[in-house]
Design a protein around this ligand. Structure first.
Ligand code: PEP
Ligand code: MG
Length: 525
C-alpha cells in the first residue's frame, strides 16, 4: 500500500480531523450566488410568493383567506411591478427598488385616516418580506457533514451553513490564518490548515487535516488514516467559570466574546461579561437579507434576549473589499474598494434597513452598535444622523425602538492616530486584524509571515490611541486579544477589556491571572 503523503501547511485552527475529501470547485462568478439580476428575477419572486400564498389560502379560515386574497391581489397589481421597474431604470438594484416601492405604499397606508386602511399596512409588509425571501437566490451548495473541505478558498456563508457537529476539517490551497473563515473555524474549533499549495486528491479519498502541526495527510490506497487525536474538540471556551477576573495585582479585567453566528449565543457562558463583537455580516449574507428589516430584527433580538442583562455590541455590516455580500455586485456605481462604513454611507439604503432593525432590537436587551472601518469623524456623525432619521421614522409608525450607544472599530491607522477627534463615538474597540494589515502595508492573506514583526508597531499605536480615548470605554476585539503571547503588551498599553473567540477565553483568563496590570509577570510566575 502506498505511503501516506504528508503536505506541509500553516495551521489556521488547531485540532485534528479525518474524513473523506470534498473537492470544492474553484469559486467563480458563475457559481457564486446571485441575489437577483433584474426584472425577470422580480417577476419570478412574485410568482413564487403568489404560489405560496395560494397554498396558504387552501387551509385558511374565511378571515385569513380575505387577507391572503388581498395580498395576492396586490402582488398581481401591475402598478407595483411597474413602479419597481421605474426605480430600477433609475439605476436602483431590484432588491432595493422593491423595498422602496413597498415602503412607499406602506407609508401611505400608515398615514391613512381610516383605521381599516392603516391595518392593511402590515399585510403589505408581509408580502414585501415574502418576495424578498424569494429574491434571496440559491444558497451555496453544502457538502457532506464529516468531510474535509479542500479548495482554494471558502465562503464564510458556506462555513456557517454547514453542520460541523459531525466533525470534518478544512484545507485551503492558499488562504490566511487571518482570513475570515480561519477566524470562524477557530471560534467553532474546526481543524483547519491553509497554504498547502495546490494538490490533487480524488473526491471521497480519506484525508486528515492536522491543525496542530500544520499538515494535510493524504492516504493513497483508500484507507482512512486513523486520527491522531479526537477528530473534533468540543468548543473550548464554553465551560463555566465564575467569579470576576483580576490581574495578579488586583486590577479588574473584562472578557467578552466575539460571535459570528447568532447560534453561538446559545452556549453563552455565565462568566462572560457580554458580546464584545457580533459580526453581523455573517448573519446577513445576501443583498435580499440586507434589505429585510424583519429578518434582521429577528436575528438581533434573539441574540439580545439570550444575552439578557449582559451588553451586546453588534457591528454594522462590514461588507465590501475582501468581505463579499451575495448580490452586492448587482449594485451600480459601487467602487470595488469600498468597505465597511464607507460602503454603508455610499449605499444608505442598506444602512437604513439595518439601522431600523437595530433600533427596534435595542428594546430587547443591552445593545450597543459598532461601526466598521471608520477612518474619519464625519463618518460617525453621518451614521448617527442616519440613526436619528430612522428613529423618527419608526416613531411615526409607532414601532417600539431605542437609540443605542454608537461606537466604532479602531482598525484603520488614520483613525487610531486621531482618536481624540472622534467626539461623537461612544466607545472604541481595536480591530487588530485590519490594523495590522494596514500598518504593515500588507493584506489579510499575506500578513501571516509579518504579523509578529508588525506587532510592536501595532502595540505602540494602540498604546497611544488608548490615551487619546480620553476615558471613553475602550476594548479590543481583533485576534491579537485571543493570543496570550500579546497579552503583556496589550495590558501595558492600558487595555482592560478583551473580546475573544469563545474557544480562546480559557487561555486568556489563565494568562491574565499570571500577569500584573502593567504587563509584567507576577512574582513566582
Ligand atoms: C479586526 O479587523 O480586527 C476585526 C475584529 O474585524 P474583522 O476581523 O471582522 O475584520
Ligand atoms: Mg476588521
Amino acid at each position: 500500500m502506498a505511503e501516506p503523503l504528508r503536505l506541509k501547511a500553516k495551521s489556521a485552527s488547531p485540532g485534528i480531523a479525518s474524513g473523506p475529501a470534498f473537492l470544492a470547485e474553484r469559486r467563480d462568478a458563475a457559481a457564486a450566488p446571485r441575489t437577483a439580476d433584474g426584472f425577470g428575477a422580480l417577476e419570478k419572486a412574485i410568482d413564487i410568493s403568489i404560489g405560496e400564498l395560494e397554498r396558504l389560502a387552501e387551509g385558511a379560515d374565511a378571515e385569513s383567506r380575505d387577507i391572503i386574497d388581498f395580498q395576492i391581489e396586490v402582488l398581481r397589481d401591475p402598478t407595483i411591478a411597474e413602479a419597481t421597474g421605474a426605480r430600477m431604470q433609475a439605476d436602483e438594484n431590484v432588491v432595493f427598488a422593491w423595498v422602496a416601492t413597498l415602503d412607499a405604499y406602506i407609508g401611505e397606508l400608515e398615514a391613512a385616516d381610516e383605521e381599516q386602511m392603516r391595518a392593511r399596512a402590515v399585510d403589505i409588509l408581509d408580502i414585501k418580506n415574502r418576495v424578498l425571501g424569494a429574491l434571496a437566490g440559491t444558497p451555496i451548495a453544502d457538502f457532506p457533514p464529516g468531510s474535509v473541505f479542500i479548495g482554494k478558498d471558502m465562503e464564510p456563508s458556506r462555513f456557517l451553513a454547514h453542520d460541523w457537529s459531525k466533525g470534518g476539517g478544512i484545507a485551503l490551497f492558499a488562504g490566511s490564518t487571518a482570513g475570515h473563515v480561519a477566524l470562524l473555524a477557530r471560534a467553532k474549533s474546526v481543524p483547519m490548515v491553509v497554504g498547502t499549495g495546490r494538490f490533487s486528491a480524488a473526491e471521497g479519498d480519506p484525508v486528515s487535516v492536522d491543525g496542530d502541526a500544520g499538515a494535510v495527510i493524504l492516504q493513497a490506497g483508500g484507507m482512512l488514516i486513523p486520527p491522531l487525536a479526537p477528530a473534533q474538540a468540543p468548543a473550548g471556551g464554553m465551560q463555566s467559570e465564575s467569579g470576576e477576573l483580576r490581574t495578579a495585582d488586583g486590577v479588574p479585567i473584562l472578557i467578552s466574546i466575539n460571535i459570528n453566528d447568532p447560534a453561538e449565543i446559545d452556549a453563552f457562558d455565565p462568566a462572560t461579561v457580554g458580546v464584545g463583537l457580533m459580526r453581523s455580516e455573517f448573519s446577513v449574507t445576501s443583498l435580499a437579507d440586507a434589505a429585510n428589516e424583519e429578518r434582521q430584527l429577528a436575528i438581533y433580538r434573539r441574540v439580545l434576549e439570550q444575552a439578557g442583562e449582559r451588553p451586546v455590541i453588534i457591528r454594522m455590516l462590514d461588507i465590501g473589499g475582501d468581505k463579499p455580500l451575495a448580490g452586492l455586485e448587482d449594485l451600480p456605481a459601487l467602487d470595488p474598494g469600498l468597505r465597511g462604513i464607507r460602503l454603508l454611507l455610499a449605499r444608505p439604503e442598506i444602512a437604513r434597513v439595518q439601522a431600523r432593525a437595530l433600533l427596534r432590537a435595542a428594546v430587547f436587551g443591552k445593545l450597543s452598535v459598532m461601526l466598521p472601518m471608520v477612518t474619519f469623524p464625519e463618518e460617525v456623525d453621518r451614521m448617527r444622523e442616519l440613526f436619528r432619521e430612522e428613529a423618527e421614522r419608526l416613531g411615526r409608525r409607532a414601532l417600539p425602538h431605542r437609540m443605542p450607544p454608537i461606537g466604532m472599530m479602531v482598525e484603520v491607522p488614520a483613525a487610531a492616530l486621531m482618536l481624540d477627534t472622534f467626539g461623537s463615538a461612544a466607545f472604541f474597540s481595536f480591530g487588530t486584524n485590519d490594523l495590522t494589515q494596514y500598518l504593515a502595508a500588507s493584506t489579510r492573506d499575506d500578513i501571516d509571515a509579518d504579523a509578529g514583526k508588525a506587532a510592536p508597531a501595532v502595540l505602540r499605536l494602540i498604546s497611544q490611541a488608548v490615551k487619546l480615548a480620553a476615558g471613553k470605554p475602550v476594548s479590543i476585539c481583533g485576534d491579537m486579544a485571543g493570543d496570550p503571547h500579546y497579552l503583556p503588551g496589550l495590558l501595558a498599553a492600558g487595555l482592560r477589556h478583551f473580546s475573544v473567540a469563545p474557544a480562546r477565553r480559557p487561555a486568556i483568563r489563565s494568562a491574565i491571572t499570571g500577569l500584573n496590570a502593567d504587563g509584567t509577570k507576577a512574582a513566582g510566575e
